[in-house]
Design a binder for this molecule. Structure first.
Ligand SMILES: [Zn+2]
Length: 241
């Protein structure tokens, strides 16, 4: 079972990073650790994940990858999102995934890589949005549908607002997954996080202070001057209503 999964994973890694041997080796090694029944799941060191990040920046645009040798095989994007998240959990990652689709093509997809990279912002939504926008050379994902395993956290919800997709499809609610997964931190519980965001800054649990500097506002005046007197970012889609 693991041998077969390793080969499939290697194909996925090969497509992402063009590094099939390294991918196969690291995946196999990692699986052995898990199979050996280690009391704490060992996570691949950061270098092993680097091909994914290198690919995100340097690889040429190539849509709808021939995953498992069958181009255009992915039609149930929701199920595909579940599959990516499930595989991530099997590999010691967290239970989240994002798939970004436009015109029947997958623009980008990612599992949550916080456990693998120690980057607290490496949520699946953030990584997939970054990948899609970097590859397409735009900060706007107008026309795209974004599939996410769970209703997004406030950070990702913000990122989803910023990239203007046509629709976000979430596959579980916080209430549904909370009996099985909790990610509360020093200044929030998932159940209070959204309310915390809407509070005045003085009332938030995250300690914040305001140090007003006129020089700081001057940076914005300078930007507006360089932007032909316009306040808006050029080409940003905004609400008609
Ligand atoms: Zn998130």
């Amino acid at each position: 079972m693991y041998g077969k999964a390793s080969v499939r994973d290697a194909e996925w890694w090969a497509w992402h990073g063009e590094r099939s041997d390294q991918a196969l080796n690291s995946q196999t090694e990692h699986k052995k650790t898990v199979v050996a029944g280690a009391s704490r799941i060992m996570v691949a060191p950061r270098e092993r994940w680097r091909p994914v990040h290198d690919w995100q920046i340097t690889a040429p645009l190539r849509l709808n990858p021939p995953r498992n040798g069958y181009p255009h095989a992915v039609v149930d994007y929701a199920q595909h999102t579940v599959d990516i998240a499930r595989r991530n959990v099997a590999e010691g990652g967290r239970p989240f995934a994002t798939v970004i689709v436009r015109d029947g093509e997958i623009l980008a997809e990612s599992p949550n890589l916080v456990a693998q990279t120690h980057d607290p912002t490496a949520h699946a939504e953030i990584l997939a949005i970054r990948e899609a926008c970097t590859r397409l050379g735009t900060e706007h994902l107008v026309g795209a549908t974004i599939y996410v395993l769970a209703h997004p956290c406030p950070m990702c919800l913000g990122a989803l607002y910023y990239c203007s997709p046509d629709e976000v499809v979430f596959l579980t609610t916080r209430e549904a997954y909370e009996p099985h997964y909790v990610d509360d931190r020093r200044y929030f519980e998932l159940s209070t996080f959204y309310d915390e965001m809407s509070r005045p800054w003085q009332e938030r649990r995250l300690p914040m202070s305001h140090d007003p500097r006129e020089d700081a506002v001057d940076v914005y005046r300078f930007w507006q001057e360089r932007n032909g007197g316009e306040r808006r970012v050029v080409d940003a889609p905004w609400s008609e209503g």
